[in-house]
Design a protein around this ligand. Structure first.
Ligand code: X2X
Length: 354
């Protein structure tokens, strides 16, 4: 009798040990942070990701997107820290907002640094992108993919901005990341840092004159033509998004669920990037949408861009040191390669064999 009792106890203990090792204790809801609202490719990308994860994990992982910065109580530059601390589980987050914690991410905010999307993709998908994901992982966030807010363009309520002198005294709202203050000061403007959550009412009240954000992801969904008549298309900085998950949360998922999440992430970022670039890779359709809504749109010529770029040279010098000159040099090499590759004439077709 005694023997069978102890046998039973051992059996129960072994059973508990084995099941504790394999059973995943998942949260009923994983919180996902998004700075902007649900409209546009940024917000829609988050919803699609949550949906795809639910589908591919057969409902085991339930992600809820929290829009308009609800999870960080206004201060968008806190997003990364809150992920690290486990307050936020997932985010489709801007590299700008994370750059106050991860200084290397300022690479993307370097003024007039990325000439086109090909160059950006080459950097994200190459050694630099891998290094950046390694850095963020060491700081507590696993990167699942590169998505995009887009090239940041200027809008304002006062005048058409075509040359550096046009920015003199213009009050421009920027994100609370110091490189933006440096860049706009260098170009002669009067930058004011402000969270996105307060920016829309500041535009309405006219407490600032302008702002800078991408056309498809922010200017159109927020109908900024209602507050700003002038737009300057100058591609002065790019804003990649990272689809990320808190490392502690990630480590708690089973191998099978990690695969499912990766699949959902790959699909989401491909769709999202395409959406953020819609109409901006050569066609004027998207800019016409701004004009139709009454905006005065100036697309700067390469010479006009150069005048602004020259002004920001000291910003480049200062921030290359902050980011790490080796990382900046690596990115520059990849950019040059991408630009040259694109300029190369297509190889001649081989003569058919006789
Ligand atoms: O605050 C902004 O300008 C925004 C929405 O683009 C970012 O989150 C970086």
């Amino acid at each position: 009798m005694k023997r069978s009792v102890s046998f039973l106890v051992v059996f129960i203990l072994v059973f508990l040990f084995v099941t504790a090792g394999s059973a995943q204790t998942y949260k009923p809801e994983y919180k996902m942070s998004i700075v902007v609202g649900p409209a546009g490719p940024w917000g829609e990308g988050a919803a699609r990701f949550a949906e795809a994860v639910r589908k591919y994990t057969d409902g085991r992982i339930n992600i809820k997107p929290y829009y308009s910065g609800q999870l960080f109580a206004g201060k968008q530059t806190n997003e990364f820290l809150l992920m690290k601390q486990g307050v936020i589980d997932f985010a489709l987050g801007s590299t700008i907002n994370w750059s106050t914690t991860v200084k290397e991410l300022n690479l993307f905010s370097m003024p007039f640094f990325f000439p086109d999307y090909k160059a950006l993709d080459a950097v994200e998908n190459g050694e630099v992108g891998k290094r950046l994901f390694k850095i963020i992982e060491e700081k507590g966030v696993v990167g699942l993919g590169w998505a995009e807010n887009g090239y940041r363009e200027l809008t304002n309520s006062k005048k058409a901005v075509k040359r550096p002198g046009d920015l003199d005294g213009l009050k421009v709202r920027v994100v609370g990341s110091p490189i933006f203050i440096d860049t706009f000061k260098a170009m002669g403007a009067n930058p004011v840092s402000m969270n996105w959550g307060e920016a829309l009412s500041a535009f309405q009240q006219g407490t600032v004159d302008g702002q800078e954000n991408p056309v498809v992801s922010v200017i159109i969904p927020n109908k900024l033509w209602q507050v700003h008549k002038y737009a300057t298309i100058w591609h002065y900085a790019i804003d990649p998004l990272i689809l990320g998950v808190s490392k502690d949360v990630w480590d708690g998922f089973s191998a099978q669920d990690k695969e499912a999440i990766k699949k959902a992430a790959d699909e989401t970022v491909a769709w999202q990037k395409k959406g953020a670039r819609e109409g901006l890779e050569g066609s004027m359709e998207t800019l016409n949408a701004l004009k139709k809504n009454g905006m005065d749109v100036t697309v700067l010529t390469p010479q006009q861009v150069k005048a602004f770029k020259d002004k920001t040279r000291p910003v480049y010098d200062k921030w290359a040191k902050e980011i790490g000159t080796d990382l900046v040099a690596m990115a520059e090499k990849e950019i040059q390669k991408a630009v040259k590759g694109a300029a190369k004439p297509a190889p001649k077709p081989k003569a058919p064999k006789k």
